[in-house]
Design a protein around this ligand. Structure first.
Ligand code: SF4
Length: 442
């Protein structure tokens, strides 16, 4: 049961000392109840009360860390059911099924999917290694996958095979996905000793609930829940009910991230597999496993994921920098525009279409479009000049800079701020860039 602001208020000294950053104790407690502040921000609450209240005020869904090094990922920690309420926290991870028979073929395949879109690396983050009955092949696959810099899931219910697999890869903090009603004690012991996350599965939701409760009673709260792969309907219903129970009903027994294997659900139908992966990206797969990944699957899926898991209140931005397009070197013409992702990709796309080498200078403009950034004082002659002086000295020897036509008003001031640079007014719209560049005589 979630605590209210007045419940927290009883534990404060009510001195309104403001050490927590709020004007009154009550205001602080209301923010704690709303999930905006942590109760620990008040330094005057007794340690024994703090422990109890921290537990009660923690997000209803646990945040789980799995993997290690470059393949360490955060799962869960969600606080809302719908993205329009608040930002989702931990993006879904995509993985592929591998076995001892397919690992050699699959490893080079997944490495082909690796690209950056709006500053985010898109790649296959997870390898789900399935135990198919042959321990030798399974362990061989674990050894090969262990060096792939991916989060590993050991999908195995046999404790003896699980132990040997963990001995190979436990330093990389895999997820041991195989605890069920029959083996949960043995698997719990293995996962706890290895310090890895335990995946829990069951024949239905009631059994899953009981198994999780049993594991929690044994002290393990480092869990992920497998929603099952009996049928699409059942897996989807399970994913939704688990998330609703955790977030809406505040039932922390189901307050864990989830795994869904759409490869198994789709039974070799690739179109259905992508459709299911899309559905579970929206509702509510923390890790989504496919049978394979290629660009035809990756482009729509990763694009969808990026849209779902970005904060709608923050504009999508690209990193400020000098982007060398069409093989530009230090002598290439310079263009500048804002860091709003949509603007960047349209402008960069038109420059690429022209084939003319260009150094595209992106300054920090708050993620706004050109006119909005200018009106908000985020794109000024001063900000452009400062960036160019600090970052472009050795990258741009050709000191000719093309300004977006819509901010031609900055030309005079920019010429004063950047002595030695020639400032040219470019086109009002990106669509004119190709002709402008082809006709341009430096
Ligand atoms: S720090 Fe604690 S005592 Fe001080 S105002 Fe905040 S809640 Fe009240």
């Amino acid at each position: 049961m979630a605590l209210k602001g007045t419940d927290y208020f009883k534990f404060t000294p009510r001195t309104n000392c403001k050490a927590c950053g709020k004007p009154t104790c009550l205001a602080f407690c209301m923010d704690v109840a709303a999930g905006k502040l942590e109760i620990a921000k008040c330094p005057h609450i007794k340690p024994e009360d703090l422990e109890k209240l921290s537990e009660a005020s923690a997000p209803p869904m646990k945040t789980i860390k799995a993997g290690a090094g470059k393949a360490e990922f955060t799962l869960g920690g969600e606080t809302v059911l719908f993205r329009h309420e608040k930002t989702f926290v931990s993006k879904s991870l995509y993985g592929v099924n591998v076995t001892g028979d397919t690992i050699d073929k699959m490893l080079p395949e997944i490495k082909k999917i690796d690209y950056v879109r709006i500053g985010e690396r898109m790649f296959v983050e997870v390898l789900n290694i399935e135990f198919t009955g042959d321990k030798g092949k399974f362990l061989d696959a674990v050894k090969k996958a262990n060096g792939a810099e991916r989060l590993l899931i050991l999908s195995v219910t046999d404790p003896a095979a699980a132990k040997e697999a963990l001995d190979i890869c436990k330093a990389n903090k895999p997820i041991l996905n195989g605890a069920d009603e029959s083996n949960c004690e043995a698997m719990n012991k293995l996962a706890t000793e290895a310090g890895v996350t335990l995946g829990v599965r069951a024949k239905n939701l009631d059994a899953l609930y009981d198994t999780v409760a049993k594991l929690e009673a044994g002290g393990n709260k480092n869990l992920v829940l497998d929603v099952g792969c009996g049928s699409v309907k059942e897996a989807f219903a399970n994913a939704v009910q688990i998330r609703r129970a955790a977030l809406k009903d505040q039932d922390r027994t189901f307050g864990y991230p989830s795994i869904v294997n759409v490869g198994k659900l789709s039974k070799g139908n690739h179109e259905l597999e992508v459709a299911l992966a899309s559905i579970f990206t929206v509702k509510y797969g923390s890790i989504i496993i496919l049978d394979s990944m290629d660009y035809a699957k990756a482009l729509p899926l990763y694009g969808l994921r990026q849209n779902i898991f970005t904060d709608p209140q923050k504009p999508m931005k690209v990193e400020p920098g000098v982007y060398q397009l069409n093989g530009a070197d230090t002598n290439a013409l310079c263009l500048t525009t804002v860091d709003f992702a949509l603007t960047y990709f349209i402008v960069a796309g038109e420059i690429e279409r022209s084939g003319v080498p260009v150094n595209l200078i992106i300054t920090d403009a708050g993620g706004y479009s050109v006119l909005t950034a200018w009106a908000a004082g985020k794109m000024t002659a001063g900000s452009i000049a400062k960036y160019v002086k600090e970052n472009c000295g050795d990258k741009c020897k050709n000191q000719t800079l093309v300004l977006p036509g819509k901010v031609s008003v900055l030309k005079g001031e920019l010429e004063e701020s950047l002595p030695g640079w020639k400032i040219i007014i470019g086109t009002n719209e990106a669509v004119g860039i190709v002709k402008f560049l082809k006709d341009f005589k430096n």
